[in-house]
Design a protein around this ligand. Structure first.
Ligand code: HEM
Length: 238
């Protein structure tokens, strides 16, 4: 098989399953929800902005649960490793072989990036529940009425400050995905879309160790999370 990138040994390739359907649905639904929230904020469409934020909240709650009960490579215990492994991995990025850099899930550095992204977007959606805008939109998050004005003020500040961290983290995340595509010739983006990846045949057995959870269970948990967020907000709004 021809391969122009000399850092990859020429070998037969095998198609392996990497990401389950719930993880992929979570990822691209999250991207749509965040882009919608960003765009509707710019367009001052606060009602749709809030709905996008509630969607982010439901997705993040789902992903946290899936991080404990989902497929083995979706679990936090699988991809959150100690600093030594992260540093070793990062040192290998410039010149490492496919065998060094191929993981049947998130790599040690990417795993922490994922945790930071989930935490930041979760904090953004959570703080939005207490945020208010009384300059010209006169909008109160659904939980503002239930907390002290000090707490609401802090959450409002977090909502307006944390977004800059999200820009930085998403920028780095997308840069990393493009870096792997262009420099390392690894299409991780395609794997996040279709769930499978082509890997050298000798590395395929690493992927056989993934234990996939039922996608139906994942969808059921996601629906319950969405209903819980929607129900909670409806109740809070009275
Ligand atoms: C709002 C923007 C985005 C956010 C918040 C975000 C967040 C995330 C999160 C949380 C994961 C972990 C998935 C999981 O384990 O459940 C992930 C993985 C991934 N994302 Fe994104 N993402 C964004 C945009 C993008 C874009 C635009 C691309 C493509 C260019 C992309 C490519 C990927 C890839 C390839 C992975 C898998 C990484 C790996 O193989 O370890 N993401 N992203």
């Amino acid at each position: 098989m021809s391969n122009p990138d000399m850092s990859h040994p020429v070998s037969d390739e095998k198609k392996v399953k990497l990401w389950d359907f719930p993880v992929r649905l979570f990822h691209w639904a999250l991207v749509i929800a965040i882009v919608t929230a960003w765009w509707t904020n710019r367009q001052v469409m606060i009602d749709i902005h809030a709905i996008a934020g509630y969607s982010v909240l439901a997705l993040v709650i789902f992903r946290i649960i899936w991080g404990f009960v989902g497929s083995s490579n979706a679990r936090f215990a699988d991809f959150l490793t100690g600093p030594k492994r992260v540093i070793n991995y990062m040192l290998k990025i410039p010149s490492g072989t496919m065998a060094d850099l191929t993981y049947a899930g998130h790599n040690p550095a990417g795993g922490w990036m994922v945790a930071v992204l989930i935490l930041l977007v979760g904090l953004q959606a959570f703080s939005g529940l207490f945020a208010s805008e009384d300059t010209f939109l006169f909008f109160d998050g659904p939980l503002v009425a239930y907390v002290s004005s000090d707490f609401a003020g802090t959450m409002n500040w977090i909502h307006h400050t944390n977004i800059n961290l999200i820009y930085a983290a998403v920028g780095l995340h997308v840069f990393a995905a493009i870096f792997y595509l262009v420099v390392k010739r690894e299409n991780l983006i395609r794997a996040m879309v279709i769930g499978t990846r082509q890997v050298p045949a000798e590395l395929a057995e690493r992927f056989a160790t993934i234990r996939f959870a039922s996608p139906v269970l994942g969808i059921a948990i996601l629906i319950i999370c969405a209903l819980a967020v929607w129900g909670g907000i409806t109740l809070a709004r009275g």
